[in-house]
Ligand binder design. Structure first.
Ligand code: IMP
Ligand code: MG
Length: 193
């Protein structure tokens, strides 16, 4: 299997992630959150494994005092490229009441993953709750679940992408660019397309 096409280069990603980090940090500080030693604290929740690379880069552009509490959510194991429903597998903090929470994920697709996490975190009554995704996939038919997302890095077409943390069957996460695999998922799937 090979990359058919690079969709977003590492340089484009780096520039956008820096912009996003600064913007989110400025918004947090403007709402009185994230100053050193000030409570309630900022809690960043990266969704594993897909947001590993994005979160690692993003936090280094956020001059904000924060704790980091990753959560593992699985949606579609193996070679499936459509959501089979989301399950929280571990790591969900239970002490978010009154805190400023930022959820970080690689991509908003069907909306099930972020919809689920947003609901369970909102139930804890945080002081604020924001979501940052690197990629926001355009769904002409609508999402399975509508989710408010405060920060999106790039809007992309409805096709299956890998790299910069995103996988196909567990592989390709370490690719520095974001690309489309030859013959996998999305609009390009199937013979002769
Ligand atoms: P959801 O469909 O919005 O729940 O997205 C769930 C998860 O599916 C995302 O966090 C990604 O890990 C993964 N995902 C969705 N679209 C893609 C894609 O195009 N490539 C790789 N992973 C994806
Ligand atoms: Mg994911």
């Amino acid at each position: 299997m090979r990359i058919a096409r690079v969709l977003i280069t590492r340089d484009q990603i780096a520039r956008r992630v820096e912009e996003l980090g600064h913007r989110i940090a400025a918004d947090l500080l403007a709402s009185g959150a994230g100053e050193p030693g000030v409570e309630p604290r900022v809690v960043l929740i990266p969704i594993l494994t897909g947001s590993l690379v994005f979160a690692a880069d993003l936090i280094r552009h956020m001059p904000v005092q924060m704790s980091i509490r990753p959560v593992t959510i699985s949606s579609y194991p193996g070679t499936s490229t459509t959501s089979q429903g989301a399950t929280i597998e571990g790591g969900l903090p239970t002490d978010l009441a009154g805190r400023h929470v930022l959820i970080v994920d690689d991509i908003l697709d069907s909306g099930r993953t972020l919809g689920l996490l947003r609901r369970v975190i909102e139930a804890q009554r945080p002081a604020s709750l924001r979501i940052a995704v690197l990629l926001n996939k355009h769904k002409p038919q609508g999402r399975d679940e509508h989710v408010e997302v405060e920060y999106s890095g790039f809007h992309i077409a409805d096709e299956f992408v890998v790299g910069y943390g995103l996988d196909y069957d567990g592989l390709w996460r370490n690719l520095p660019d974001i690309g489309v695999l030859d013959g996998v998922g999305g609009k390009g799937e199937g013979p002769g397309v």
